[in-house]
Design a protein around this ligand. Structure first.
Ligand SMILES: *Cc1c(COP(=O)(O)O)cnc(C)c1O
Length: 648
């Protein structure tokens, strides 16, 4: 039985042997944390990063305290700048090592796809830190091109333009060419070429041209439809040939220098990567044989993140390490091109997810727990109650391991029978309440006995989940974790403190939106995906904080204003060599006035309308003038407050 007085045992509790290493194992943090996250002896999640070649660890709770002291409350996105730097470093250095060890005769040039995280401070950091590696940007729209061009700090860095390009887009790219930027137009359709040729003639600038092919390699994972014949992106082979002919006719075949392919995001299986590269190399060789200048092979994104920490080829994992990825690419290119005597191209990848996922996490506090609580039913049914209620009590009294399924069926039957009675006026509201309470108690006991069975009957398998607690978190799934809702993404989630104690509850998470989709009920645990998350009981008067990790990719800008919960507070922290940390940037999240103006309300007007209503109430004698002032003040303060739950 659990010791929190609720009487509803969920996991065996009161384990005095528990310590933080067991929590670490329970949540698999050493598997998905990639060495960046671990549990300290104190039982807190800490982030570890390299500063001046030395590992430095900081407790997330210390950062949370620093945030509160600066009036930056939960929920908040915490970005650790050092982790972003480290990802760029390992990506570039691992490729450099693979290139050197493989005797590859060219270099690696990474580009960051801006769509994966467009936030200014993320992009600025990538530009600044990436400069030493000539790390560039990939832009999929005019707005992203503008970001890329203005942020790029090193002319050796590439700007790769994908997506549809109108005349304005093309002109901007050509001006960048004039300024010496290696700005590539990647053709995804044949129709853009005419505009490019026309404008480059008018401006007298030679364009750098790439072609995006369709890989026919089938890819595992969620985005498998991005690749293969059914991909909506990329040129058919016939369209590719038409482009080559058109360029040749225009005397611009030497401008065709890059082959682009993107197998899809989060490729969990290294075999797919290898096959994709091999196929791309055949296309590359074919274009060289056609007389195109070439020189760059852009393999797109796809480098995965092991959200589960299982190192498997399951959708949210990956069965390879970065080093294997780099070596496979380098080797595959050599194997294909060396026999054909084709010079090694510059290797380009557009790794987004693997670059930014680690550096951001969402932190939030728990507001409340909806216990699937203890039974308040009396020990015995009142003597004058219906037979149905007596029968239900009898089921409870007669439960053994041998008759679980029967007890389940009977309990269900009598509960429904009592509801039916109530429906026709044959049972009182109190009797119905008693019946439902006893029923729940039976289910809870059943659920506790399940682990002792050799085989759990199908019908009973969902019981533990149905009986789990609901922990209400101060966040919006739709704003901060849209991929959980949209594509069933799994992110590691765990408490960031109290980990020296055993988490004795089994919970699902609900957010602040009153939407039934605003919940998290799939968690990746080391022994398989699980429908509940182990959590600690709340301690009255104490905050309880959870972290959702590896959320730096795709989450920040896909989020929406469901129920008008706006952007969260954001802090960027830089960890120093002595273990201290700076709040390098802090941003207040949206106020209520901000989100209202996004949906075309004018906050001043709202205030004025409310003032008129208050004035009317004064005239009608409903409130005093002093009340009016107080009420208007409260309205104004709300308007400028945070959209999330605030403690006053
Ligand atoms: C989305 C996208 C990427 C980024 O993919 P990741 O898997 O996040 O690295 C790269 N290139 C293109 C063309 C994309 O559409």
């Amino acid at each position: 039985m659990s010791q929190d007085g609720n009487g509803d045992p969920v996991l065996p509790a009161g384990d005095s042997d528990w310590d933080s290493t067991r929590s670490a194992r329970l949540y698999g943090i050493d598997d998905w944390g990639a060495g960046y996250f671990n549990v300290s002896e104190r039982g807190e999640v800490q982030v570890t990063t390299e500063v001046d070649g030395q590992p430095v660890s900081v407790s997330l709770m210390d950062i949370v305290q620093g945030m509160h002291a600066r009036d930056l409350h939960m929920p908040a996105i915490l970005r650790i700048r050092n982790l972003l730097d480290h990802r760029i470093k390992v990506l570039n250095e691992t490729f450099a090592r693979a290139i050197e060890q493989g005797g590859y005769q060219n270099c690696y040039r990474g580009v960051f796809p801006i769509k994966v995280n467009q936030q200014c401070h993320v992009i600025e950091e990538i530009a600044e830190y990436g400069r030493r590696y000539s790390h560039g940007f990939e832009a999929g729209s005019k707005a992203e091109l503008i970001i890329g061009l203005s942020q790029l700090q090193d002319l050796n860095g590439l700007i790769i333009c994908n997506g549809y390009k109108d005349a304005e887009f093309i002109e901007l790219g050509l001006y960048a060419r004039q300024m010496g930027v290696s700005c590539f137009f990647v053709l995804e359709t044949a129709s853009e070429l005419a505009t490019i040729i026309e404008h480059s003639r008018a401006l007298n600038v030679e364009p750098l041209i790439g072609v995006r092919i369709k890989n026919t390699v089938a890819v595992d994972g969620y985005w498998s439809q991005d690749s293969g014949d059914r991909s909506i992106f990329g040129l058919s082979t016939a369209a590719l040939m038409a482009i080559v002919d058109e360029l040749r006719e225009a005397g611009l075949l030497h401008c065709l220098q890059l082959l682009h392919c993107h197998l899809g995001s989060q490729i969990p299986n290294i075999r797919n990567v290898r096959n994709g590269v091999l196929e791309a190399c055949r296309f590359y060789a074919g274009l060289v044989q056609e007389g195109a200048a070439m020189g760059y092979l852009d393999l797109g994104g796809g480098l995965a993140v092991d959200y589960e920490g299982t190192r498997t080829n399951s959708t949210h994992s990956m069965n390879y390490q970065l080093e294997e990825y780099c070596v496979n690419i380098v080797e595959s290119i050599r194997e294909t091109l060396d026999p054909l005597d084709i010079a090694h191209p510059v290797i380009v990848t557009e790794s987004g997810r693997a670059t930014v996922a680690y550096s951001s996490m969402l932190l939030f506090n728990i507001l409340n727990v909806g216990h699937n609580g203890p039974s308040a039913a009396p020990e015995q049914p009142p003597p004058d109650s219906s037979d149905t209620l007596h029968n239900l009590y009898a089921v409870r009294a007669g439960m053994t391991l041998k008759n679980l399924q029967e007890c389940y069926n009977d309990a269900l039957f009598y509960r429904d029978e009592l509801r039916e009675l109530f429906h026709h006026g044959g049972a009182t509201l109190r009797e119905r309440a008693m019946a439902e309470d006893v029923f729940r108690e039976i289910m809870q006991r059943l659920s506790c006995m399940l682990p002792q069975l050799d085989r759990v009957p199908q019908e009973l398998q969902a019981l533990p989940e149905e009986l789990s607690d609901v922990y209400y978190g101060n966040f919006s799934l739709f704003q901060s974790l849209p991929d959980i809702w949209a594509i069933d993404q799994l992110f590691p989630i765990m408490p960031i403190h109290r980990l020296a104690q055993k988490p004795e509850r089994a919970a699902i998470l609900a957010d602040l939106t009153c939407d039934c989709d605003g919940k998290i009920d799939r968690f990746s645990m080391p022994d398989g995906n699980c429908s509940t998350l182990p959590l600690h009981s709340l301690v009255p008067g104490e905050d309880y904080y959870l972290g959702v990790f590896l959320v730096g990719a795709y989450q920040e800008t896909l989020g929406d204003l469901h129920n008008l919960f706006g952007d969260t507070n954001v802090v960027n922290v830089a960890i120093q060599a002595d273990g201290s940390f700076d709040f390098a940037c802090e941003f207040q999240g949206d106020s209520i006035a901000d989100v209202l103006s996004y949906v075309e309300y004018e906050p001043k007007q709202l205030q004025e309308k409310f003032r008129l209503a208050a004035e009317q109430a004064v005239r009608n004698g409903k409130i005093s003038l002093a009340d009016r002032q107080k009420i208007l003040q409260a309205f104004r303060e709300s308007l400028h407050g945070y959209t999330y739950f605030e403690k006053h």
